[in-house]
Design a protein around this ligand. Sequence first.
Ligand code: GLU
Length: 412
Amino acid sequence: MCGIVGYVGRQHLAMDVLVDGLRRLEYRGYDSAGVAIFDDGEIVVRRAMGKLGNLEGILRDSPMSGRIGLGHTRWATHGKPSERNAHPHRAGSVAIVHNGIIENYRALRQSLEAAGRTMESETDTELIAHLIDIEVEAGKSLLEAVRSACSRLVGSYAFGAICKTQPDHMVAAKNGGSPIILGLGEKQSFLASDIPAILPYTRQMLFLHDGEFAVLGEDGVQVIDEEGRPVDREPRPIQWDPVSAEKGGYDRFMQKEIFEQPRAIMDTIGTRVSEATGEIDLSEIDLSPAAVSRVERLCLVACGTAYYSCMVGKYLYEQIAGIPVEVDLASEFRYRKPILDARVLVIPVSQSGETADTLAALREARAAGSRVISICNVRDATIARESHDVLYTQAGPEIGVASTKAFTTCWR
Ligand code: GLU
């Protein structure tokens, strides 16, 4: 997991938006941090090993005045944590930040080196920068160069790219589990791995889907599909309160989130349980009593903390509903070849709604003919969109790495 953030606009200095966004994304990686910003017609890259504070120190000593830039906080997969392996990575006129894992890394590296390219780092990310740069050198626009480069990638990626010769925009690409959220503002656009990173600047956001690209400029965002056709997708207002993504007088986000649990639980179940009669109202999902009576088994599937909430859920479902429940780690689900059909109700649980293994499990379940009702905390996230139905929790943004309110709202 890494965190990426991007800014194009005139209202702010890119440096300020990027550092602010990275602070809110720091839970996604502590190995190194870096920014690439257009400054006086050049792309200037500043990177530092370790926590974000080290990069902040460098930027304080030598600030940058550009209005377009990308930022990254790294959790290393290819190449040890070091300044050399820190993002952004550049090749020729291109700089990129990346969240994901390129699986054909070895073959690509060999073929790029055979073509005369020299790598500065051990990362898979740098290869993407070279693939894009080759296409830019051949005369393609940044968007077309990114599309061609992506056709050679196997694996998961969410990345943002800027190009020295095309300085008025940036391009984003997404495939596999890594999320990209696009934000729209007045004469400015944003990209980020997670909503809280850009919530102080805009609530108008949209999600990039797998296989899609986006061009971000001062005048807005254009989403492009795999075939290069424009996609008409309206942004939706995010209801989360920007203040809820701040520490609000507490020393730590986690401390604040522990104390937010009663409110989060009330927000989650309050609208679904009648105080007067105790009746539960789940009319938001399309599950008739007849359909329920056909369910012979529940299959709860998740990763990390959400997996633990499923283990609590198993006790509750079996005791209250009297239906056998299986709990699966999403990363193992596909490989154990689970027995699934229309009699099994599958419940993927994911706070972000973007967990790659949980999404893969969901797709497996749908392909096998099971009904899927997911539990997510983020509206319209990929897992929510791809499920037959979704029950949203109302935990709001959770920044703390050790989950608290997102955990308790899941199994309530
Ligand atoms: N594979 C990239 C690296 O190691 C990105 C890591 C990630 O997204 O977790 O730098």
